[in-house]
Design a protein around this ligand. Structure first.
Ligand code: ADP
Ligand code: MG
Length: 233
């Protein structure tokens, strides 16, 4: 079966001149379809950057990135954006909603831009699924953090992506609200058979994943990854 995500010897540096940082160093990994992977590691170890590479938002300098069997390397920017729009859902710690758009528009507009004919109907259905059917006309500033993250989750899931990546999705939420978002995230993932890669500092959350990958200084720490994966209940 084709892997959901496949990275071979991925290298990436970002920044210019003296500020240039070698962030990812020879990262190779494979994620099966439907798998949930927790990505952990110290601050600055490259977790967010690795997630952006997996989402096709950041291009590697060297190595191969294959998502759903598609090699992202040869795609030009337009093709890559289309691929992302259809196949990859992204959830950020700080929600990244557009402040001038309602909850409904935040979900519907990207869907419409990707060519969906019934974008507003689908967006409404997605918002109902995350329990926000009564908040369609609210602006982000009128929503709680947990509600904003639900909108972001609905937006990420609306195109029915094969891959869902989430960068510390509970990092800006209190414990109870965070736990609700996590339950929702895993339920939606299961219902749709999506693949999930989740960056988290929360060991409890990492344990809910099928497997843990530990990064250190931009490289996979195989020993720690195996120990964390073996240590789960
Ligand atoms: P993590 O998510 O694990 O905290 P990041 O992937 O955000 O780590 O960052 C890894 C390292 O790369 C950090 O040292 C960070 O400062 C650096 N970095 C991230 N993005 C850039 C960028 N655009 N330009 C230069 N350095 C960057
Ligand atoms: Mg990060």
């Amino acid at each position: 079966m084709v892997k959901a995500i496949e990275l071979e010897n991925v290298d990436l540096s970002l920044g210019r001149g003296a500020a240039r940082v070698h962030i990812l160093r020879g990262v190779s990994l494979a994620v099966e379809q439907g798998e949930a992977v927790g990505l952990v590691g110290p601050s600055g170890s490259g977790k967010s950057t690795l997630l952006m590479v997996m989402a096709g938002l950041e291009r590697q300098d060297a190595g191969v990135v294959r998502i759903d069997g598609q090699d992202l390397g040869p795609l030009d920017e337009d093709a890559l954006a289309r691929f992302r729009g259809r196949r990859v859902g992204i959830v950020f710690q700080s929600f990244h909603l557009l402040p001038t758009m309602t909850a409904l528009e935040n979900v519907a507009v990207p869907l419409e831009l990707s060519g969906a004919p019934d974008a507003f109907e689908r967006a409404e259905a997605e918002l109902q699924q995350v329990g926000l059917g009564h908040r369609l006309a609210h602006y982000p500033a009128e929503l709680s953090g947990g509600e904003q993250q639900r909108v972001a989750l609905a937006r990420a899931l609306a195109p029915n992506p094969a891959i869902l990546v989430a960068d510390e999705p509970t990092g800006n939420l209190d414990e109870t609200t965070g736990a609700q978002i996590v339950d929702l995230l895993f339920r939606m993932k299961r219902e749709r058979g999506a693949t999930l890669v989740l960056v988290t500092h929360d060991p409890g959350l990492a344990r809910q994943c099928d497997r843990t990958i530990a990064l250190r200084s931009g490289a996979i720490d195989a020993e720690r990854s195996a120990a964390l994966t073996a240590g789960r209940a």
